[in-house]
Design a protein. Structure first.
Length: 382
């Protein structure tokens, strides 16, 4: 990597405007920003493409697909992490919070058995310098599982853990107010028949009653003591949001209704929604549309969730839908806003003194942003 780099002739996507300019990089940081083209011979010409801050992803379970590419097939952990990392960096994501679930409600699942290998592979790949994106951990705590609290206490000391979310997927609430929808979803997902589904529902409701409130309080208290950001999940009502805010949570993942999203704004909780929701034009489960929340000014953060490439695409879709095509506002949802929500103050925007995490993207004729190059701390990694 040269001691000093100049990226020129790019549409710089700043937090408040987009303009043709150049940036100078040194020692992993952005050290200068100028309007217009650089006249220096060593400047790299970006052909008028967009130059964006590196994307920050707070919630993706993409790694699990690489760990278990088919039902019953366990892939070696380190190659799985590196394959996942390659997909992440190709999407323009330079900081990723790998979401790992604690508490597997699947009666036939082996997610918890695979968890130690997954975490060890992430840590070893990071320490060996094999990853191109920076990987952090997001612990997703399923409250209606007996082992969740004890496993959480074992894992939260991992230095890569920087985000925790708490969720209760038992029937009759939040994402699954209607038991019929719950039955349809889990019978398909876990291949249950009517008899085993009845037993599954009974167990989840009993576990929720026994553990959910107690585990939520203990986990959130533990996180706040350590300065970790905490997110709620699937808030559906104002009462849910008020409860989350009382606990000290600052992020609301996937609120399912307009009422809940409005409550988040009132209580200063950042609303996170799925980028696939934007790209597809709505929620796959019939909940509130992310684009609708953006139009109301209620959307703060986008997450690729299960499809990494959706993150950048969703920002451009939102920009095209907004009056005046406000790309700066949309890009903040995939860079600065998630970085700040997770307590990362050294990245997320193109600004002097911040990390030189950058993405060059060309807009195709049909409006699709196509990643051309990616830099992490001024080193080209894609």
């Amino acid at each position: 990597m040269p001691a000093e780099q100049i990226l020129s002739n790019a549409q710089l996507v700043m937090t408040d405007r987009v303009f043709l300019g150049s940036v100078m990089l040194r020692d992993g940081l952005i050290v200068d920003i100028a309007e217009g083209r650089s006249q220096l011979p060593q400047a790299q010409d970006l052909d008028g493409d967009f130059l964006l801050p590196g994307l920050v992803e707070l919630h993706t379970d993409n790694l699990e697909k690489h760990m278990t590419p088919r039902p019953g097939v366990d892939w070696p952990s380190t190659p799985a992490v590196l394959s996942h990392d390659a997909q992440i960096i190709a999407a323009g994501i330079t900081t990723v919070f790998d979401a790992v679930s604690i508490g597997d409600v699947n009666p036939k699942g082996n997610r918890m058995q695979r968890l130690p290998a997954m975490l060890n592979a992430i840590a070893s790949a990071e320490s060996a310098g094999l990853t191109r994106a920076e990987h952090r951990l997001h612990l997703r705590c399923e409250l209606c599982h007996p082992d969740t609290l004890s496993v959480f206490r074992d894992l939260v000391e991992n230095p890569l853990v920087r985000l925790v979310s708490v969720m209760d997927h038992s029937p009759g609430q939040r994402q699954f107010v209607l038991e019929s929808k719950y039955r349809e979803y889990y019978m398909g997902k876990y291949h249950l028949n009517d008899e085993t589904m009845d037993a599954f529902i009974k167990l989840q409701m009993a576990n929720s009653k026994e553990y959910s409130d107690r585990y939520r309080a203990a986990i959130v208290e533990h996180c706040l003591e350590r300065g970790l950001s905490v997110a709620s999940h699937d808030d559906a009502t104002l009462a849910h949001v008020e409860e989350s805010a009382r606990y000290g949570m600052t992020i609301a993942e996937f609120p399912t209704t307009l009422e809940a999203a409005r409550g988040c704004q009132q209580l200063n909780m950042k609303v996170l929604m799925g980028a696939p929701n934007v790209v597809r034009g709505g929620s796959h489960s019939g909940n509130v549309a992310a684009a609708g929340l953006a139009a109301e000014g209620l959307l703060d953060i986008l997450s690729s969730d299960y499809y990494p490439a959706s993150l950048l695409q969703a920002a451009f879709v939102l920009a095209d839908q907004q009056d005046g095509g406000d790309l700066s506002r949309a890009v903040k949802m995939i860079s600065l806003a998630p970085a700040q929500a997770a307590g990362l103050r050294d990245r997320g925007e193109i600004a002097v003194g911040l990390r030189a995490d950058l993405v060059q993207a060309k807009k195709s004729r049909d409006g699709l942003p196509v990643v051309q190059q990616v830099w992490r701390q001024a080193k080209r990694v894609f």
